[in-house]
Design a protein around this ligand. Structure first.
Ligand code: ZN
Length: 436
């Protein structure tokens, strides 16, 4: 990449100022008004917002094991299209990423794809079974340098196992990302427990199944003085517990998905399994509490929980369908729609919630650097005044299970630069790999 120079003209910065940005040899070289550089490729981005590259702390890339649904490469392409420069690959693959061999495999696949950073997440317990701790130390010491551990898809339900995991990761400043779901309260659950589930006759998934685990784990992490992250918070009650914990100085962070910021359980009335997701879509009251919590920082980050599934797994009866939705390519548009266009947040807060804060939680030092001079040029550009219509047949993901098919969404992601190299130009993907 040496010798490559890109000059982005008249970008709107997260703080509202207008500036040019010069990228030289992969680094942010200059950020100022009216830069000129005769050798640079000039890109006019007037009216568009320049953000640090988005960082996802929660992505299902399905490799190894379900390459028919997604691969590290196809997921990387999907991420680049959505403005991401880093993804965190969840451990519920087949085989499970519960040892150094698998996390190193995923890490290498990410490097080969070369479109963004792929940070493998390690399983907390062997085989995601919740019983015996996985090879946490070996994964931390591996070339993948794993710092985030999660049994996502499953809850670490045993409090003693959770305590031991929280204690173990302290020596390398790791974090346990908990999928908060008390399994005994959600056996056979199909959707949010409430009025709609009662009408539809689908087995309910009570809010307290999530809240009981969040409450237990903030007490546990306070007791052992470690670091806890709560995946995909969906309930107003969960938000209240996290707010209480933070007020007491407990070391907990939390995420919300774009789909939980917009969609409600009313959509289950269609019986269309594209709306079947774990944790489930909740009520309007929950959606409003989640937006407020993201705006005031009680919820620290947006994370996609991008969960690709094949047509066979999703286009069937609700009861048989897999849980999960695509997220990477629509994420920032949904955040613009729910948080920016509603006046709840500004772009500086979006840069924090969707780049700086997730990079800090994950320990990703070359990401989330907020346009600092001399740092790797991981940046993206969105045109907030343009809109687009989501078409499931045009996604870069290998799967088609977006709940937003046919939606007109605000905000078009036009450019993504990974370490100073364009992976998306004028909304078109550049290269399929080997671009580093
Ligand atoms: Zn999960």
């Amino acid at each position: 990449m040496s010798g490559h120079r890109y000059l982005l003209k008249k970008a709107s910065l997260p703080n509202g100022a207008t500036s040019d940005l010069l990228i030289v040899d992969g680094l942010i070289k200059n950020l100022a008004a009216n830069i000129s550089d005769a050798d640079a490729t000039v890109i006019d981005v007037k009216g568009s917002v320049l953000l640090p590259g988005l960082v996802d702390l929660h992505t299902h890339l399905r490799q190894p094991g379900r390459e028919d649904a997604e691969t590290v490469l196809s997921g990387s392409r999907s991420g680049a299209k959505g403005g991401f420069t880093a993804l965190s690959a969840m451990a519920n693959t087949s085989p499970v990423a519960d040892n150094a061999g698998v996390v190193e495999q995923v890490y290498r696949l990410g490097q080969e794809a070369g479109l963004l950073d792929v940070f493998p997440i390690g399983a907390v317990t062997q085989g995601l079974q919740g019983l015996a701790l996985s090879e946490i130390g070996a994964m931390a010491d591996s070339i993948a340098r794993v710092r985030v551990f999660s049994d996502d898809g499953n809850c670490v339900f045993d409090p003693l196992v959770m305590r031991r995991a929280l204690e173990y990761i302290k020596k390398f400043d790791g974090v346990i990302a908990q999928h908060a779901q008390e399994p005994r309260l959600t056996v056979g659950s199909q959707m949010n427990e409430g009025e709609v589930s009662a009408i539809l006759g689908l087995k309910g998934w009570p809010a307290i199944a999530e809240e009981a685990i969040i409450a237990r784990d903030v007490l546990l992490v306070d007791h052992v003085k470690s670091r806890l992250h709560i995946c995909h918070v969906t309930t107003a009650g969960g938000v209240e517990i996290i707010r209480w914990a933070k007020a007491r100085g407990i070391n907990v962070t939390a995420e919300v998905t774009p789909h939980h910021l917009l969609l409600t359980d009313e959509l289950a009335r269609s019986y269309d399994p594209v709306f079947k997701v774990n944790p489930p879509l909740r009520s309007e009251k929950d959606v409003m509490a989640l937006r407020e919590a993201l705006a005031d920082g009680t919820i620290d980050i947006v994370a996609t929980d991008h969960a690709p599934h094949t047509m066979e797994s999703k286009e069937c009866e609700w009861g048989e369908a897999s849980f999960g939705m695509l997220g990477l390519e629509t994420a920032l548009s949904i955040v613009q729609k729910t948080m920016i266009d509603s006046g709840l947040m500004n772009w500086a807060q979006v840069a924090d919630r969707f780049s700086t804060a997730p990079a800090r939680i994950g320990g990703y030092i070359d990401q989330g650097r907020n346009l600092e001079l001399g740092t790797p040029a991981n940046v993206m550009i969105i045109n907030p005044s343009a809109s687009w219509i989501v078409d499931k047949d045009l996604v870069a993901s290998k799967s088609r299970n977006t709940p937003f098919h046919g939606y007109e969404l605000p905000g078009v992601v036009t450019h993504t630069f990974f370490n100073g190299v364009p992976t998306l130009m004028n909304s078109a993907l550049v290269g399929t790999g080997d671009t580093r």
